[in-house]
Write a protein that binds this ligand. Sequence first.
Ligand code: CAA
Length: 258
Amino acid sequence: MNNLLLEVADEIAVVTINRPKVLNALNTETLTELGECLAGIERRKDVKALILTGAGEKSFVAGADISEMVNATPAEGRTFSLLAYEAFGRLENMPQATIAAVNGFALGGGCEISMACDIRVASENAKFGQPEVGLGIIPGFGGTQRLSRLIGKGRAKELIFSADNIDAQEAYRIGLVNKVVPQAELLGYCRKLAVKIASKGSYAVSIAKYAINAGLDMDVANGLKLEAQLLGLTFSTADKKEGMTAFLEKRPAKFTDF
Ligand code: CAA
């Protein structure tokens, strides 16, 4: 891969978008590599959680690559968007839990890719924004849809229409990020969280992720019906037997389903 680094250790994958000279902007090659990389990881039984970050200390991802878009036709713009949806859709729906370690600028496509992750942790220097209308386009890697679902319609419209950047504390205040930590502690914090998640029943985590994602597109009554069916499904697993037996025997559980 020319634009990504992948490191797997202790059941945790760390994927680093590695184009620091352009602040890790997403071009076609990077999005293609990301889609392929995630397709490989989602099939791996030895990876229980994934951390996504950007190379360097300045930027997570400064957006879609403007130099690639500047001369693109409408059809090419649409294709670019669909390519991002494929990779971001994998992040959103893969069985492993995903954490965005946002280590600097998360603008445009950078904010959008972080929102396709399950959890966002930001360093104190992180900046979030959807600057697209200042370029004469709209957020096209999921921003108009995921931002409003995450922080609400009013706040999403204000961010998108104004093209303002907000700092990490403001992103925390409005619920765009789960936690803000000093930059030196960012990867360590994310790794600890990933290890904690990986120590639980990973099949159960993947089912909970599915229930939350699928349920959000349903009315609450159907979401609850889905949840009851999925709870029933988890009752069929070895992990359920082990988790509950371990509790009753007052010992740590050893989970194996995934
Ligand atoms: N695409 C391509 N190149 C980019 C880039 C991007 N999104 N962001 C930064 N770069 C490049 C710069 O052109 C510059 O390259 P050169 O050294 O060759 O000139 C290099 O990265 C460093 O950037 P700056 O010199 O601009 O660094 P700075 O510290 O002065 O500013 C910044 C940092 C505020 C993030 C600024 O780079 C910036 O505003 N970047 C663009 C942010 C943006 O508009 N993102 C949205 C893109 S559109 C999008 O994402 C659409 C979508 O949803 C599909």
